[in-house]
Design a protein around this ligand. Sequence first.
Ligand SMILES: O=P(O)(O)OC[C@H]1O[C@H](O[C@H]2O[C@H](CO)[C@@H](O)[C@H](O)[C@H]2O)[C@H](O)[C@@H](O)[C@@H]1O
Ligand SMILES: O=c1ccn([C@@H]2O[C@H](COP(=O)(O)OP(=O)(O)O)[C@@H](O)[C@H]2O)c(=O)[nH]1
Length: 490
Amino acid sequence: MTGQGSSSSTTGSTESPGYDLVVVANRLPVDFAVDDQGNLDWKRSPGGLVTALEPVMRENDGAWVGWSGAPDLAHEPFEADGMLLVPVTLSASEINKYYEGFSNDTLWPLYHDVIAPPTYHRQWWDAYRKVNQRFAEAAAAQAARGGVVWVHDYQLQLVPKMLRELRPDLRIGFFDHIPFPAVELFQQLPWRKNIVEGLLGADLIGFQRGGDASNFVRAVRRLTDHPTRGSIISMGSDDATPGRRVRAASFPISIDTQHFDELARKPEIQARAKEIRADLGDPEVVMLGVDRLDYTKGIRHRIKAYGEILQDGRIDAANTTLVQVASPSRENVGAYQELRQHVEILVGRVNGEFGELGHSAIHYLHHSYPPEEMAALYLAADVMLVTSLRDGMNLVAKEYIAARSDLGGVLVLSEFTGAADQLAPGPLLCNPHDIDGMKNIIVAAAEMPAKEKRRRMRNLRRKVMGDDVAKWSKSFLGVLTAVPARDTYV
Ligand SMILES: O=P(O)(O)OC[C@H]1O[C@H](O[C@H]2O[C@H](CO)[C@@H](O)[C@H](O)[C@H]2O)[C@H](O)[C@@H](O)[C@@H]1O
Ligand SMILES: O=c1ccn([C@@H]2O[C@H](COP(=O)(O)OP(=O)(O)O)[C@@H](O)[C@H]2O)c(=O)[nH]1
């Protein structure tokens, strides 16, 4: 299916067959399922990226290229909610090598400060290249002449260069949702130069934090001969491509703030929050952690600190409860399997020691919840614990703030999140590696007077409520579309 380019769109391309705006991300914004008749069915998946891009996709003539999430699932492009969805098929072996392997067992740990040791396998790299090429070809086939293609995240870092080789007329943006590591760590990667050159195929490379953008520019300086000036990298011309400039800058992502604010004001969500507290036995203090079960999130450090606080008698398990949502994630990757074991042993130990009949010290939930339940959990929680060892942004922290129009609740936030760069001062900042320090902060949060909570939450809401995700996508695309359109078309 081919859309009609529209010259009135914000991406401002010329009339030509194809889509003015093409988003390329590892996952499509839908979940596939087999219906009662055995037919393939899909429903929207409520991810942050969908919310962020939906308004621009609707305003423009948008196509979204991504993987369905299942092996060997071949599906024709189809229309959904005013955009074209273009499924990219991955075999079971490619999921193993490209997604679980290179993306989540090589790049993910390397980019998160080697919290877990990255694994370097040449076969995984081959699969990564091959799959990136497939995504680039799918995007090249959909984009209108002079159109805008926005590539997302570490799974697809080679796509910008591959796409530019196929379609030099395009304006190409890339956004990195996770940290970009210091060059001293990045240099471990045997294919470090290919990754840097892959990204430099873009006109604009966005990062969550200024520090990530600087790390990337340092990697460019160390690993290539491209001249740099501040955040601008000059790419020389060759026979096939004219010279151009690449900009690396920070564009911190946000959430649909209004949606979370409105959800949390609904009487049924407020009633659900009360019900959650009642189900927990109406403790004086409810603490909450919500994370994918990922070793970057500092779940073990948090539970260790909490257990020690109970052990020290600084908080009484009889009137305090920790609810820990640990949603299943990347379950075929060894480091995630090990983490699950460690966390569950730790939870069992703390509960065995400090739980009573009818009252657990920790309520551990290995599930995923819809946004309505998330909003109710946020409202039910006196203290929100975000203790990541490293995190690109952490949207949970922002959602908690957006949900607390009652100005109740305290946010404990790790220094090592992108969110901390934006929100401090306001949250109680912690270093999750410093267990004693974190214990003091958790106790201070639990005991904080209501007046101080209100003052902090008011400040935090001032920062978060005016900075929603539509603003994020508009600001990135604003800079990208300011890049002059190129006439070359192959
Ligand atoms: O697709 P999965 O492998 O199941 O993983 C889920 C997503 O996790 C990562 O999220 C990151 O992006 C967030 C929004 O920018 C940010 O707040 C967070 O700190 C990051 O970890 C990943 O980057 C996505 O590609 C995954 O889809
Ligand atoms: O059971 C769950 C757990 C998490 N989330 C959502 O997943 C996102 C997590 O984003 P974050 O940036 O905090 O971390 P990531 O998992 O992307 O690394 C947030 O929007 C949460 O509301 C959810 O919908 N249900």
